[in-house]
Ligand binder design. Structure first.
Ligand code: GTP
Ligand code: MG
Length: 203
């Protein structure tokens, strides 16, 4: 799929104030600094669409971006960011969870995982929450440019092993990406396109 238009629509911390249009949407979630906002910029080919930063905690709201006038990409704050106060963390966590539990237009979530790291408890627990809530998700391994191919393959293999030896019978669909080299762009966009094409027009 080609992205012809991508524009920012609205930011907020309240799922009831998200766009009312019944368009399919896809949300990016994961730890702070994993590369959620950078991935949105890479997919849309617009460097400054979503705000990115080397310092974790940049995205603090639910951000809707309208794509090709008929679906949304959603950038979310990171979970597991240690440098904010406990009360701020709780507020983040509650509006993020409300978004996942209440947003009817949410078709698929992408859980972003930094391909350099061992499986982390906070990510595994978040995926467990999605599974228990019957919210479909896929995994996106980010920053693949930072590893040699052999290391990358080894890490992905051990991630798959960890997931399938714990609570998951099957590995969810997964993608390997880099916002720097655009690795995985086509695969991810084609995956979204396929889902969009299979949807009933009236969500
Ligand atoms: P929060 O909004 O804080 O939750 O972070 P985020 O997940 O949106 O991360 P963001 O996109 O802001 O990127 C964090 C840092 O990682 C930035 O310095 C990016 O330039 C860098 N980064 C993101 N993706 C990649 C990638 O694929 N490769 C490399 N080398 N750096 C990346
Ligand atoms: Mg961000």
């Amino acid at each position: 799929m080609k992205i012809n238009t991508a524009s920012f629509v609205i930011s907020n911390s309240d799922v009831s104030k998200c766009p009312k249009e019944r368009l399919p949407e896809y949300a990016f979630i994961g730890r702070s600094n994993v590369g959620k906002s950078s991935l949105i910029n890479m997919l849309t080919g617009q460097n400054k669409l979503a705000k990115t930063s080397g310092r974790p905690g940049k995205t603090q709201l639910i951000n809707h971006f309208k794509i090709n006038n008929n679906w949304f990409l959603v950038d979310l704050p990171g979970y597991g960011y240690a440098k904010v106060s406990k009360s701020v963390k709780r507020t983040f966590q509650s509006f993020i969870k409300n978004y996942f539990l209440q947003r009817e237009q949410l078709i698929c979530s992408f859980v972003l995982i930094d391909c350099r790291h061992e499986p982390q408890k906070v990510d595994l627990e978040f995926m467990e929450f999605l599974g228990e809530s019957e919210i479909p998700f896929s995994i996106v391994f980010t920053k693949s440019d930072k590893l040699k191919l052999s290391e990358l393959n080894r890490n992905i293999e051990s991630y798959v092993k960890k997931m399938t030896s714990t609570i998951w019978q099957e590995m969810p669909p997964y993608f390997i990406t880099s916002a720097t080299s655009s690795n995985g762009k086509e695969e991810l966009l084609n995956y979204i396109e396929e889902i969009n094409n299979g949807l009933d027009k009236n969500l």
